[in-house]
Design a protein around this ligand. Structure first.
Ligand code: NAG
Ligand code: NAG
Ligand code: NAG
Length: 329
């Protein structure tokens, strides 16, 4: 595995973060997997789950050429496959006959409902003129993201609440980088595929126990209520993630907790008992969603390459954040 990885000169990594004029100054998250000649190389590319327009100009031509040369493009999940989307949706639902109103403690349910009513009310103000110009309506967008929330498992409602910030709403309607690559691959007649099954992404999240989920939902609501009340700054983690990605800062993307798109609850001011719960949830997520998945995906990549030595593959996987795609585009 050889690494094509350039760190931008530091001066280029200061606001306003314009793409560097020289290709050689651009970072890339592209690795080449060389194989015995005459077999062609394959590629591993780190993507990011944000609107592709925010990062596209920072991706160097060498990465784009590798994509064009590859006749097979593989993702974690194949998001262009309608079956993937419908499986993701149903995996997030409560068992038949259950709903959040009966499941959650009454106070937590009320706070959740109040928060979602607030989001629904704010949605038209958060949307941009550009989004409206493209025919995106606030009601439609709210329903697409949160429509069926009472039927969702609490852990997925917690992730949904996290993705209902002004920032995230404003960036809806533009495909995220991984989806954009999948659409391009389809358009160009490439073979697309996935190395994970929906259940493998979904079940670990459903595996947190009820008290952990209540804790996570409560903390998430507290954060968002704080933002609403103006006592807490909105979190700019996605914006930071984009900056790190565009600056080629791999270690921040992978290792810095602040840039992970998973919510983080560890807060030094939490009481000791709550801090323990936060740490347990955090290490559970790391174990299940990062380490175990990495190993499984590596085994599948290796098997594909060994079975098909004459084919060129382009594997596009999340660079650090494991984009927990909630399936609503
Ligand atoms: C949930 O899991 C945590 C950590 O494994 C454990 O300490 C706690 O007792 C569990 N709670 C329930 C209700 O099972
Ligand atoms: C939510 O968290 C706060 C602060 O840690 C705590 O006082 C409250 O009892 C929690 N509520 C629920 C429903 O767990
Ligand atoms: C940490 O928790 C305290 C008490 O719940 C809260 O006031 C504070 O804003 C939190 N800090 C962050 C960064 O979430």
């Amino acid at each position: 595995l050889s690494l094509h990885f350039y760190i931008l000169p530091h001066s280029l990594c200061l606001p306003p973060y314009l793409p560097p004029p020289q290709q050689s100054d651009m970072n890339s998250f592209l690795w080449t997997v060389r194989r015995e000649p005459p077999h062609p190389p394959s590629y591993l590319f780190g993507t990011i789950h944000v609107p592709y327009t925010r990062v596209w100009d920072f991706i160097p031509d060498s990465s784009k050429r590798a994509f064009h040369r590859s006749s097979n493009v593989f993702f974690e999940l194949d998001l262009t496959d309608p079956l993937t989307i419908s499986k993701l949706t149903s995996c997030q639902l409560l068992p038949h006959g259950e709903n959040l109103q009966t499941l959650l403690p009454r106070d937590l349910y009320r706070r959740l409902k109040r928060h979602l009513d607030y989001v629904k009310h704010m949605m038209p103000y958060w949307m941009t003129a550009d989004q409206r110009g493209r025919g995106l309506y606030a009601d439609y967008l709210f329903n697409a993201i949160a429509g069926n929330w009472e039927r969702k498992r609490p852990v997925w409602v917690m992730l949904m609440v996290n993705s209902l910030t002004e920032w995230d709403v404003r960036s809806r309607g533009t495909p995220v980088l991984d989806l954009f690559l999948a659409q391009e691959a389809e358009r160009m007649g490439k073979t697309t595929g996935a190395v994970e099954r929906v259940e493998e992404q979904c079940h670990p999240l459903n595996g947190l126990n009820f008290s952990q989920v209540l804790f996570a939902l409560n903390q998430t609501l507290l954060q968002h209520e704080g933002v609403r009340a103006g006592s807490l700054q909105g979190s700019y983690t996605t914006e930071d993630l984009i900056t790190h990605y565009n600056c080629g800062d791999l270690s921040s993307i992978i290792f810095n907790h602040d840039t992970s798109q998973l919510p983080h609850f560890i807060n030094s001011t939490l009481p000791a008992h709550d801090r323990t719960t936060a740490q347990q949830i955090d290490s559970y997520f790391r174990q299940e969603l990062i380490y175990k998945r990495n190993e499984r995906m590596a085994r599948r990549v290796s098997a594909l390459l060994q079975r098909n030595p004459t084919q060129t593959y382009f594997f596009a996987f999340g660079a650090g954040n494991r984009g927990l795609d909630t399936g609503e585009g």
